[in-house]
Design a protein around this ligand. Structure first.
Ligand SMILES: Nc1nc2c(ncn2[C@@H]2O[C@H](COP(=O)(O)OP(=O)(O)O)[C@@H](O)[C@H]2O)c(=O)[nH]1
Ligand SMILES: [Mg+2]
Length: 365
């Protein structure tokens, strides 16, 4: 299961442009072929300098970065929650993603009409946030009805659930996202099946024109203030520029970025932000020295979880994990030396995997 970041925004915000830039950009790690699952889902390699450095040390035949999926969700419009246009279908797509990037139009282009005429990303973001909240309110109302009936039938556990649903409903009705409900683990588990849209981790993207790089200009500042209120990150991107850059050589692209005062590729920034949002870490495997591969894991996951990512057999027949963190390995210079020096630790199935660990699983089936 690959984690998905959904691009959500009003029509003409630049979602498809950003989607193309993200999925066409050449990975810094290894040439990763752009794969389309369908026209709206793309696979992007997660850039990781540690993977580059490990490849230089291990000389594998193949280097495989870990990936994220990006979903271009067709324009959300006002009244989508009522099923206007293809509203319900769009909301269903959003329900399935793990994190949301709200794309706000901040570029001026008289050839590209804006739905509301006057350009103000605060209005656009308010429409988006409202639609997501109204969809959640509808979900909560339906669930409340079901739970209320079950509670009437006398089952005690439903009374507690009903209370939680009432609390969530009041919170949303007061204009707050489900994200800020402050749930206990048990409560979060109860609400998770509802896949509330406003509970999903969120970043804001100000899609600016080239002339507003790198600072973003006045409209991007408005996006930043909306993001701050939502306690979320915001970033400035020129999607159209990034799409052009995807076709340039990496030297030319680097020179352009330097001239524009951009520190790194926006593609990398978006992917990194998604990683942070989802609280993900990366571990590496180097099977027989042939394939060096990066894998994504949720922070806090164990060696057994990691083994299961690689192969179900490895989890089933798990014996031990041989672990070295990549920084130590890189400083040592070679896997053989690290082994001689006893730097590879033997860890059991409960070991909590750390970001950057290189793991060799010992298993028998
Ligand atoms: N000037 C400028 N135009 C952009 C930018 N991003 C998108 N556009 C243009 O805006 C139009 C709509 O973009 P698109 O990505 O299709 O928007 P979507 O409806 O959100 O998918 C296209 O003509 C793009 O070329 C940008 O950063 N600057
Ligand atoms: Mg589009």
């Amino acid at each position: 299961m690959t984690l998905q970041l959904g691009l959500v925004g009003l029509p003409n915000a630049g979602k498809s442009t950003l989607f193309n830039a993200l999925t066409r950009a050449h990975s810094a790690v290894a040439p990763y072929p752009f794969t389309t699952i369908d026209p709206h889902v793309g696979v992007v390699a997660v850039p990781d300098p540690r993977l580059d450095a490990l490849a230089k040390l291990i000389h594998p035949e193949k280097v495989t970065p870990t990936t994220l999926e990006v979903v271009d969700i067709a324009g959300l419009v006002k009244d989508a929650h009522k099923g206007e246009g293809l509203g319900n279908q769009f909301l269903g797509h959003i329900r399935n993603v793990d994190a949301i990037a709200l794309v706000a139009r901040c570029f001026r282009n008289d050839d590209v009409p804006h739905v509301a005429g006057e350009l103000d990303p605060r209005d656009d973001l308010a429409v988006l946030e409202l639609e997501l909240a109204l969809a959640d309110l509808a979900t909560l109302e339906t669930q409340r009805e079901k739970t209320r009936n079950a509670a009437k039938a006398g089952e005690k556990k439903f009374a507690a659930e009903l209370e939680l649903l009432d609390r969530a409903h009041a919170h949303l009705a007061a204009g707050q996202p489900a994200r800020t409900l402050g749930l206990s683990d048990a409560e979060a588990t109860l609400l998770r099946p509802l896949q509330l849209l406003t509970a999903k981790p969120l970043i804001f993207i100000a899609n600016v024109g080239e002339s507003d790089l790198p600072s973003g200009g006045a409209l991007a500042a408005r996006v930043a203030s909306v993001a701050q209120r939502a306690k979320a990150e915001s970033m400035i991107i020129c999607a159209a520029c990034e799409m052009d850059l995807a076709d340039w050589s990496s030297e030319d692209a680097a020179q352009y970025r330097q001239e524009m005062g951009l520190e790194e590729s926006s593609v990398e920034r978006v992917i990194r932000a998604a990683y942070r949002l989802l609280d993900l870490i990366t571990f590496f495997t180097a099977t027989g020295g042939k394939e060096l591969r990066a894998w994504t894991l949720t922070r806090g996951a164990t060696a057994l979880d990691a083994a299961g990512k690689v192969h179900t057999d490895m989890a089933r027949g798990f014996i031990r994990a041989e672990v070295i963190d990549s920084a130590t390995l890189l400083a040592t210079g070679s896997l053989a030396t690290a082994r001689e020096k006893g730097l590879l630790r033997l860890e059991g199935r409960e070991y909590v995997v750390q970001d950057g660990d290189l793991i060799h699983f010992r298993f028998s089936v």
